[in-house]
Design a protein around this ligand. Structure first.
Ligand SMILES: NC(=O)c1ccc[n+]([C@@H]2O[C@H](COP(=O)([O-])OP(=O)(O)OC[C@H]3O[C@@H](n4cnc5c(N)ncnc54)[C@H](O)[C@@H]3O)[C@@H](O)[C@H]2O)c1
Length: 311
């Protein structure tokens, strides 16, 4: 039986990936600090093939002990997102880069790695030109820089695949409403208003389950895909923030969005991405942006930041 170690497997992506791998018959070990205090894997604890280890991906003794018998490693553990990395730069370096370096140094030649990177590494793209895997990487945040550095370390290992993910959206049992689509939908559902800064900035998007299925595709096709990096996003969704808001308004008609005439978005990402290379391997996303918005509108009926409010 194939054994998979996932660091950070209790996170937003991990909470979708772990059940899919278990369903497909993999043995899965998760190492996570669970610092977000959500029992994101509660619904799969009944499965004997799941092992959960509460621990730190920087703990060399712990990681080495669990790495020994593994066939595949998926290092998801990270401080994720530019604001969090700016707030905790030392941890960003030690978790996003140093822990990955330590892990890779402990791999045997045959152990496989699948690694997620943000496609924010492309930073500011050239107007109208699609970023491919050959495009220069010029990350504009500490988060982007740590992920780009970690990708280089991972790809020096013979048996590795890197997926450069678009901005992920959709519901997960460890929810993140700080991601752009999730954030806009939350504001649409709760506030009915969005103020958009620099609304023409374009980004690419991908459903969280498609990310999980993409990792599975990498596992299934490892021998032909290894040694390469692949963009993973919805080719039908290279959209500006204003276009995204229009799509949300189609499903939440009461939404009012306005573009601010002054002020800036601290997040300067502006690029469109080609996913041709991954699609050429046979991968296709299963969920559209429209399906994701519908799902978020439904899911947000369960989620409310209402600790300091009576409504
Ligand atoms: N969500 C996206 O849009 C996106 C896009 C590109 C790449 N990624 C990458 O995917 C991975 C997962 O991201 P996510 O969206 O699920 O974020 P997340 O914050 O929900 O998940 C990260 C997980 O790592 C765990 N973790 C943090 N520090 C740890 C440590 N020291 N030891 C063990 N566990 C630790 C957290 O508890 C959390 O469960 C990250 O590597 C991220 O860079 C995410």
């Amino acid at each position: 039986m194939t054994k998979v170690l996932i660091t950070g497997g209790g996170g937003y992506i991990g909470a979708q990936l772990v059940p899919i791998l278990l369903e497909r018959g993999y043995d899965v070990t998760v190492i996570d600090t669970f610092a977000h205090r959500v029992n994101s894997l509660g619904h799969v604890c009944h499965d004997d093939r799941l092992e959960i280890v509460r621990g730190d991906a920087r703990d060399e003794a712990l990681v080495s002990a669990h790495l020994k018998d593994m066939d595949v490693v998926i290092p998801l553990a990270a401080l994720v997102g530019a604001p969090l990395c700016d707030r905790e730069p030392l941890s960003a370096q030690s978790i996003n880069v140093d822990a990955v370096k330590m892990l890779v140094s402990r791999l045997s030649k045959d152990q496989q790695v699948i690694f997620p990177v943000t496609n924010s590494g492309y930073g500011v793209g050239e107007q109208g030109a699609f970023c491919t895997e050959e495009s220069p990487l010029r990350p504009i945040s500490l988060y982007g820089r740590t992920k780009v550095e970690a990708e280089k370390i991972v790809m020096a290992h013979e048996n590795a695949i890197s997926f450069r993910l678009a901005t992920v959206f959709g519901m997960s049992s460890r929810m993140r409403i700080d991601l752009l689509v999730n954030d806009f939908c939350y504001r649409a559902c709760r506030d009915r208003t969005i103020v958009i800064f620099e609304g023409h900035f374009k980004r690419n998007y991908i459903h969280v389950r498609d990310v999980a299925l993409g990792f599975l595709h990498g596992l299934d096709n490892f021998s032909t895909m290894r040694g390469e990096v692949y963009n993973m996003g919805l080719s039908s969704a290279n959209l500006s923030k204003l276009e995204l808001a229009t799509k949300i308004k189609e499903q939440v008609p009461s939404l009012v969005y306005i573009e601010a005439e002054t002020g800036e978005d601290p997040d300067k990402r502006d690029y469109i991405v080609s996913n041709d290379k991954l699609e050429a391997t046979g991968w296709r996303p299963a969920y559209s942006l429209e399906q994701g918005i519908k799902e978020l509108v439904k899911g947000y009926q369960m989620l409310r930041n209402e600790v300091y409010s009576n409504i």
